[in-house]
Design a protein around this ligand. Structure first.
Ligand code: SF4
Ligand code: SF4
Ligand code: FES
Length: 328
C-alpha cells in the first residue's frame, strides 16, 4: 500500500493510503477528542466531537471515519471546529451525567471551556420506565427554564452488571459490540428517535429475558460508565471504589483453551472487575460470560467475609433490589 501526503494545520504528513484523518493526526502526536470511536469497532460517527475542517468541504468531517486523501488540507483548530466541539460537549453534558468519562475527555472539555450550566439547571429525572415508554415521534415540550435530561433510575436487574442510562451518550459502542463487531448476539439496539432515543432490548424486556448472553462486551466498550459491573457499581455507591488502591494483574483465562487474556482488577484482596486488553490478538478486548464474570471461585470467601468491602456490599445487597434512585 502506497503512502499519501496531506497537511494538518499547515504541516505536511505522510500516511499509508486508507488511513483516517484521525490516524494521520495521531501519527504526528496531534490527538483529537473522540467519544463514539474505539479502535476495535467500526466507526459509526454518532458523537461528532472529532470533527475537523477539510479544505473544499462544505461541512465539517468526522476525523475518526473520514479517509485521508492525497493533497487534503485539514484544520483541527479552526473557529468552526472549536465552536462545534464545544457545542457538542455542552449538549451532552447538559443532558447526560458525564461524571465518569475518562481523563482525556475531561481535559478536552476543559480545553473548550465547556459550560453546560448555561442551558439552565437540569430538569428532574424521569421515573423508572418513563423514557422507555415514550412513543417515537411524540415529542414533549421540555420544562421552562431547565435543561432536558436523560436522568433516570439505574437498572439493577441481576448480579452481574447494571445499566445507568442517565449516563448514556448514545455512542452506539455497546450496540456494535453486541452486534456485528464482536458478539453477534444483537440483544440491544437504539429505540426511539431524537431526544427519546435510548438503548433498549427487543420489546423492552428486562435483560434477563432478552437475548443477552452476559458476555459483558458492552461494558468493556462503554465510555461513560453507563454499563458497569455490579461489583463496581456497589462499591461506588458505598463510596468504597478506589482505583488508586487497585492492582491490575494480567493472566490467561482458565475456563477453556482459547487463551483469552484477562486483566484482574483487585482491591482489598478481592477481584472487583475483569477486563481484557483491546490490543490482544485473541480477544480484542472481548470475553465470554465465564472469563468476564466467573471469578468468584478465586476468592477465599472464608477470609474475605470480614473485609470492609464485603461487609458493606452485603448490607447494600440486602437493602434494596430492582431499580435504584440515582445519586445515592
Ligand atoms: S452482555 Fe453481551 S450479549 Fe448482553 S447486551 Fe452486552 S454485549 Fe450484548
Ligand atoms: S450504554 Fe454506553 S456504550 Fe452504550 S450507547 Fe450508551 S454510552 Fe455508549
Ligand atoms: S469520535 Fe468521531 S464521530 Fe464520534
Amino acid at each position: 500500500m502506497s503512502d499519501i501526503q496531506i497537511t494538518i494545520d499547515g504541516a505536511p504528513v505522510e500516511v499509508p493510503e486508507g488511513s483516517s484523518i484521525l490516524d494521520a493526526c495521531r501519527s504526528i502526536g496531534k490527538d483529537q477528542p473522540t467519544l463514539c470511536y474505539l479502535e476495535t469497532l467500526t466507526p459509526v460517527n454518532t458523537c461528532r466531537v472529532c470533527v475537523v475542517e477539510v479544505g473544499g468541504s462544505r461541512t465539517l468531517a468526522p476525523s475518526c471515519s473520514r479517509v485521508a486523501e492525497d493533497g487534503m488540507e485539514v484544520s483541527t483548530d479552526s473557529d468552526p471546529v472549536r465552536q462545534t466541539r464545544k457545542m457538542v460537549f455542552e449538549f451532552l453534558a447538559s443532558s447526560v451525567d458525564m461524571s465518569l468519562v475518562d481523563a482525556s475527555t475531561r481535559d478536552w472539555m476543559e480545553h473548550y471551556e465547556v459550560d453546560p450550566a448555561r442551558y439552565g439547571p437540569p430538569a428532574p429525572p424521569s421515573v423508572a420506565g418513563e423514557r422507555d415508554s415514550h412513543r417515537t415521534g411524540h415529542h414533549r415540550l421540555p420544562g421552562l427554564g431547565t435543561a432536558e435530561t436523560v436522568h433516570q433510575p439505574v437498572k439493577v436487574h441481576d448480579e452481574l452488571y447494571i445499566r445507568d442510562y442517565g449516563k448514556c451518550i448514545l455512542c452506539y459502542r455497546c450496540v456494535e459490540a453486541c452486534g456485528p463487531d464482536a458478539q453477534n448476539t444483537f440483544a440491544i439496539q437504539v429505540a426511539g428517535r431524537g431526544f427519546e432515543a435510548r438503548i433498549s432490548t427487543e420489546f423492552d424486556v428486562v435483560l434477563t429475558d432478552s437475548a443477552c448472553v452476559y458476555c459483558g462486551n458492552c461494558i468493556g466498550v462503554c465510555p461513560t460508565g453507563a454499563l458497569m459491573f455490579r461489583s463496581e457499581y456497589e462499591l461506588r455507591d458505598a463510596q468504597l471504589w478506589d482505583e488508586e488502591e487497585q492492582t491490575v494483574t494480567r493472566t490467561v483465562c482458565s475456563f477453556c483453551g482459547v487463551g483469552c487474556n484477562l486483566d484482574l482488577h483487585v482491591q482489598d484482596n478481592r477481584i472487583v472487575k475483569v477486563t481484557s486488553p483491546l490490543d490482544h490478538a485473541t480477544t480484542s478486548g472481548n470475553l465470554c460470560i465465564k472469563g468476564r464474570f466467573g471469578y468468584e471461585y478465586v476468592q477465599d470467601l472464608g477470609d474475605l467475609a470480614t473485609t470492609p468491602i464485603d461487609v458493606v456490599l452485603a448490607s447494600v445487597r440486602a437493602s434494596e433490589p430492582g431499580e435504584r434512585r440515582r445519586g445515592r
